[in-house]
Design a protein around this ligand. Structure first.
Ligand code: ATP
Ligand code: MG
Ligand code: MG
Ligand code: MG
Length: 571
């Protein structure tokens, strides 16, 4: 420790609220550079690398292959999937010296889909799971708790590609298993909850939430069944069909009738600058049409590619009405509008009720529905496998509510999201046309899954779940050092003895931190508690009698052992 690059602080950092944040800074594990941007000092980096190693081992064990993509990315792929704009202010956008738009990757579904498209051509190559452990960038509105919500953070993201639904289910399940093994090895207390994708079939997206009263996520769990859900997305099975009578029919202005893909494509081609083919994935853009008589309506238009809509041509096609392009901010700001967005296989929304009109032509579904005020809205959903199997309510669930599965009562708790597994379906492979040649010679569209673990966040989560009033208290699986040997005796012989103990432990395969500083025993003890190595060996007064103390940091248990028994007491 006399030359370790660490300075412990007596005072809590001014900007820290959570205990883990305070302690990681005070113990010299991390240092703030900017909001949500942190440096990792030696002790912190060791923990981070150990967490990363556990994640890597389990990803390798489940068959994942590690690759590394750049974090500095071109705009184009994210434009194709609309995430260049959909991601909103969270996306770090930048320009290169030629004025070309680039971004810092927040997550890499697009790039992995493109990569597989470039490399693989045959069904024989599939399935495949690729992963990376790499810094991600998100301009979070509220960076929080140090490394728990950073703007630069380390994520393990993996992506599976399968030929069929059965294969995709297997990939999903093996990720789920791998995550359970990872979090068990890290000693984390957590729950698995259904996440905001009920319309995709309930279990197609699940979050792993670490139990923590300081968490930002609220979830509910049933007292009797295994049911647990993120409160933002309590999935309720589809209600009885809502009668369509009385709802305005969905119309397209050119035809005045329910469109087929073909008429839609024609329409889009006449209204837009971009050539459109039926094979393209149709993405939902909503426009608000203002009719001269004063009434307005909202219409969804399928447009592949980017969102640079030529408004003049769009307006011309609606004349004499005028047209206003809407985006997510409008949904959020104006309760009159359709509140929602389109997921890979269905509609996710908050607030408004929707029903799916059975008038489906060529895979195009119309949605007619009403918002809370009873106003009717119309939208178009493009999606080959649209299945409306339920709705998601932004429910205010409280302790004591009955569990939606009819078993038990719900209790609310708070958690920190540490992992998220997601069956994406063909959202991205459609966008980029990721096909391989199938066994029968026909092209097969691949089915993608995406799975994330917050590696740097886990360091904060583990700290949060294990710390006590004295400081950090790492589990053995991730501690920066296995043993902390403290010289607490001014005698030169004790210093030599401590060094020998440290060397022996080191030779036995343990990593050892030796506190050889010229500080008082009191200062050294306090620091050893703050730094939180799982086992502390104190070479103190008893050394003259051939005895040292072995302290268990987590339990506080102290045992006195003879010099020759240190190795077995520590192991
Ligand atoms: P959150 O709900 O906490 O904002 P998210 O749902 O936006 O997370 P995902 O896109 O699912 O995050 O990313 C996968 C994992 O990356 C998350 O489960 C989480 O553990 C981690 N993660 C996400 N955002 C951050 C962040 N800002 N800092 C640290 N880790 C993060
Ligand atoms: Mg987020
Ligand atoms: Mg989340
Ligand atoms: Mg998530």
């Amino acid at each position: 420790m006399s030359n370790l690059f660490v300075r412990t602080l007596r005072d809590d950092p001014a900007d820290a609220e959570l205990p883990s944040h305070k302690l990681l800074v005070r113990a010299g594990y991390i240092r703030r550079v900017a909001p949500g941007v942190y440096s990792w000092l030696p002790l912190g980096l060791k923990v981070l690398r150990r967490v990363e190693a556990v994640v890597r081992e389990e990803m390798d064990a489940m068959g994942g292959q590690e690759i590394s993509l750049p974090a500095l990315l071109p705009r184009d792929p994210y434009e194709v999937t609309h995430r260049w704009s959909d991601y909103g202010d969270d996306l770090f956008r930048l320009k290169d010296r030629r004025g070309v738009d680039m971004l810092l990757g927040p997550t890499h579904e697009e790039l992995f889909a493109l990569l597989v498209k470039g490399e693989y051509t045959s069904y024989k190559d599939l399935p495949v799971t690729l992963y990376q452990i790499q810094n991600k960038y998100r301009d979070e509105a509220r960076p929080r708790a140090g490394i728990l919500r950073g703007r630069e953070f380390l994520m393990k993201d993996s992506y599976s590609f399968d030929l069929d639904d059965a294969g995709a289910k297997v990939s999903y399940a093996s990720h789920r298993d791998a995550y359970q093994r990872i979090f068990a090895r890290l000693g984390i207390r957590y729950v698995i909850v259904a996440a905001t994708s009920g319309a995709m079939g309930g279990s197609a997206s699940e979050e792993f939430l670490a139990e923590s009263s300081n968490g930002e996520d609220t979830y509910v769990r049933s007292t009797e069944s295994g049911y647990a859900a993120n409160v933002e997305a309590v999935f309720t099975p589809a209600p009885a069909p809502v009668p369509t009578d009385g709802l305005p029919a969905a119309t397209v202005h050119e035809t005045g009738s329910t469109p087929t893909i073909a008429t839609l494509v024609d329409w889009a081609n006449s209204a837009l600058d971009h050539p459109v083919t039926a094979a393209d994935t149709l993405k939902n853009i909503l426009v608000k049409v203002h009719h001269p008589a004063g009434e307005t309506e909202i219409i969804g238009i399928g447009i592949p590619g980017d969102r640079d809509v030529d408004m003049k041509r769009l307006e011309a096609s609606f004349e004499p009405a005028t047209v206003e392009l809407l985006d997510q901010a409008d949904f959020d700001a104006n309760p009159f509008l359709v509140k929602g967005y389109i997921g890979p296989n269905g509609l996710l929304h908050n607030g408004a009720r929707y029903l799916v009109d059975p008038r489906v032509a060529d895979g195009t579904s119309w949605i007619t529905g009403a918002d809370e005020a009873g106003k009717h809205v119309v939208g178009l959903v493009a999606g080959r496998d649209f299945v409306a199997d339920g709705t998601i309510e932004a429910a205010e669930v409280r302790d004591g509510d009955p569990s939606p599965d009819g078993k038990g009562t719900l209790v609310a708790a708070r958690g920190i999201e540490i992992g998220h597994i997601f069956a994406l379906g063909t959202k991205y492979t459609d966008a980029f046309g990721v096909d391989v040649l199938g066994e029968n010679g026909k092209p097969v569209r691949l089915i993608q899954g995406s799975y994330g673990v917050g590696v740097s966040r886990l360091v904060g989560v583990i700290a949060e779940q294990t710390l006590d009033e004295k400081g950090l208290a790492w589990p053995k699986s991730v501690a920066p050092f296995d043993v902390h040997v403290v010289i607490a005796n001014k005698d030169a012989g004790a210093a030599d003895g401590a060094l020998e103990i440290a060397q022996n432990l080191d030779a036995s395969g343990l990593s050892v931190l030796l506190d050889d500083r010229k500080a008082s025993p009191g200062v050294k003890f306090k620091d050893s508690e703050l730094l939180g190595m799982p086992t502390v060996v104190v070479v103190g007064r008893g050394f003259a009698d051939g005895l040292v103390e072995v302290r268990d940091r987590a339990t506080g248990e102290v045992t006195e052992v003879g010099l020759d028994a240190v190795g077995s007491a520590v192991a």
